[in-house]
Design a protein around this ligand. Sequence first.
Ligand code: PLP
Length: 713
Amino acid sequence: MTPLDYQVNVPQKISRITELAYNLWWSWNPEARELFKHLDYTLWRSTQHNPVQMLQEMTSEQLENAANDSLFYSRYNKVLMAFDREMSDGHTWYTSNNPSATNLLVAYFSAEFGLHSSLPIYSGGLGILSGDHAKEASDLGIPLVCVGFMYPQGYFRQRIPSHGWQEAVYEQLDMNQAPIVQVTDEAGNEIMVSVRMGDRDVFARLWHVQVGRVPLYMLDTDVDENDPWDRELSARLYSGDSEHRIRQEIMLGIGGVRALRALDVNPTVWHMNEGHSAFLILECIREHVAVGKDFEEAAAAVRTNSLFTTHTPVAAGHDAFPFYMVEKYFAGYWDELGITRDEFLDLGRHEEEWGTSFNMTVLALKMAGQVNGVSKLHGQVSRAMWHNVWPERDVDEVPIIHVTNGIHVPTWIPTELHQLFSKYLGPYWVSRHDDPALWERVEEIPDIALWETHLELKHKMMGFFRERARQQWVEGTNDPTQVMTGGTLLDPNALTIGFARRFATYKRASLIFSDVERLREMILDNHRPLQIVFAGKAHPEDDPGKLLIQSIYNMAKHNLLGGRVAFIEDYDMHMARYLVQGVDVWLNTPRRPREASGTSGQKAALNGVPNLSILDGWWVEGYNGGNGWAIGFDREYNDDGQQDSEDAESFYNLLEEEIIPLYYQRDRDDVPRGWVAIMRESIRSNAPRFCTRRMLKEYTQLYLQACVECHSD
Ligand SMILES: *Cc1c(COP(=O)(O)O)cnc(C)c1O
C-alpha cells in the first residue's frame, strides 16, 4: 500500500499504478513515462511530470475511464510486466559477473540527490551525479543503499524580476505530493535516530524513496522532539552559517550510520560522495571501539571498507570548521573513539587562509581507503592540491585516482531519440550502451532522420519556454519584459547556443560578452543569426554570481540584441532535459582547471548536441577533433587576464569561422550535412564513455576491493 491508496479511489483493474508512481523507475522507462502522460496530458504538463500529484488531482470518473480504455489498459499491463520483471529478476550484470560476491552492500552517502524534479533535494551537478549513480546501480543490480537528507524547503526557486537581480523563493514542499513515504517499524511507529550535539540530543525521522531496486533514506529533523532551531536543521540545502553546516554534517554522517543500523541495514562498503558525509568514518570507528577494538585497529578496518570521491578543485570550496566549533560538538565523542582531543583534531587538521581548522576533505583523505577525483585532469589537480597531506611522497604518488563522471543515459534522452536508437541500434541498445561497438551503428541513421528528430526536440524546447511564460503571464507574475526575456521571441530556425549552469564566477558566463560588438554582429546577422539561451542559479549568498546574472539579463532585455538572447529562470532537472535535448550547441566556458568534470555537456553530447567548451573536466578526455569544438588550449595559465582574453578570442573565432558557416550550409533538402556529421560523431564517440554505466562498472571494481566480506572464500 502507498499513501495514495488511502487518498484516491483507483479502480481495481489498474490499482498498481500507485505503486508505480512511488518507484522512480517510471521516470527512466519510456513506456512508463508514456503511460502517465496518456493518463492526462494536461495534468502531466501542469504538475511537471509528477504522477503522485497527478493521481491526486484526477477525478474518480477519469480514473474509471482510463481503466476501461482498452489501449490504456494494455499499456498498463505491459509496463507492469516490465516493472515486475526488472524488480524481481535475479539476473543482473552484477550477479552474472560476480556470482560469489554476494556480501557486497554499498552505503552511498551524499548531501544531495537529483532524482526527479518532484523531489527537490538537489542543487546542481553533485546531486544529479548521486541520483544518476543510484539509478545506474539499480539497472546493473549493484547492491546499493543511499543516505541523504529530506529538505522540506529544498533548494530555492529562482525568480528574476525585470531589474535582473535574482530573488530566492523557498517553498514548503507538500510531502504528500512527493514520491516519498515515512519509514516506520512493523507496528507503524516512526523510526527515529538521535545524535548528541553539544548539550542535547537532536532527533531525525526518516523518509524513503525507491529508485528502481535501490532505496534512498532521507533524514529529516523537523520533528516535535526537537527545539525549533534543531527542527530547521534539515529545512534547506546549503544555507546557514558554518555552525549550521557542521551540525548538518554531523547529522548526515553520524545520524546516517545510525539510521541504517536502526533499519538493520549493514553495509560492507561505505562510499562518501564529497566530504559532507565524512563524519560517518568516525561513527564506524566508534562502533568498532565500542566492541573492544583500539582506535588503530578500528581505523584500519574502516579504512579498508571505505571510499571517498572528491569533487572540488578549488581549495576554498572544501568545508572546514574552526577548532572551537569541533570541540563544542565532539568533546566527549573522542573519548568514545579512545583518542585524545589533539589526536582527534589532527584527523582533520589543515591550514586554511583564515587559520588552522578541521577540514572535512582532509578527514576523508586520511581515513578512507580509496580516494578518487571525477575526471583525469581533476585527479591530477587533486594530487597536487592535497600533496600536503602526504608530504613525504612525490606528487605523482599521492594516492588519489580518478573515475570520470558519466550520466544515466535513459534519464537524459527523450522518447523520440530512444525510438530512433531502437530503430537503428537495435531494440536492446539500452542493455549494452557502454559498448563502443554498438554506437558504430549511428552511422546507419540517415542524416535526415537525425536532423528532423533534433528539430522536433528544438521546437519542443521553445514550446516549453513559451508555455511557461504564458502561464506566468496569466497568473500575473510576469511583466512584459519577463515574457520577452523568457525565450518567447526565439526563432526555431536560428542557430541556438545553450549555456545553463550554476552562476559561479569561475564559470565565466560573461566571457561570451567580452566583445559585445563582435557578438552583436553575429546575433543580428539576418541571414545567419545566432541565438543564446541562458539559465542557471547563483547561490543565494553569492553576490558576484548574482551580478553576473543581472548583467546577462540586461543584455537579454536590450533591444539591440533583438530578443535573440534569452534568460530562462529557475533552472532545474526538468528544464535541463529540454535544454540539453533542444539547443544546437552546448557551451561551457569555465576557467580551467576549475571544472572538476561537468556533466551537462555529456547530456548534450548524447543527444547529438555538440559541445563548444574549454578543455577542462570531462571534455579533455571527450574532445577528439570531430565531435564538437575546443575553446582555447590544453594548457595552464598563471595570469587570469591573459587566459580570459585568449579564450574569448578563440571562442569568437570558432563561431565566426567554423560553427556559424557550417550550421547554415544546407543541401537541397535543407539538411546541414556537415553539421549532422558532427552531431553523429558527438553521439558515437561520447555516449559509450561518459555514461554512468561505464562509471559504475569502474566503481564496482573499487567496491569489490573494499569489501573484505566479499573475498572470504
Ligand atoms: C546536469 C545538471 C547539472 C550539472 O551541470 P554542470 O555541467 O556540472 O554545470 C546542474 N544542474 C542541473 C539541473 C543539471 O541537470
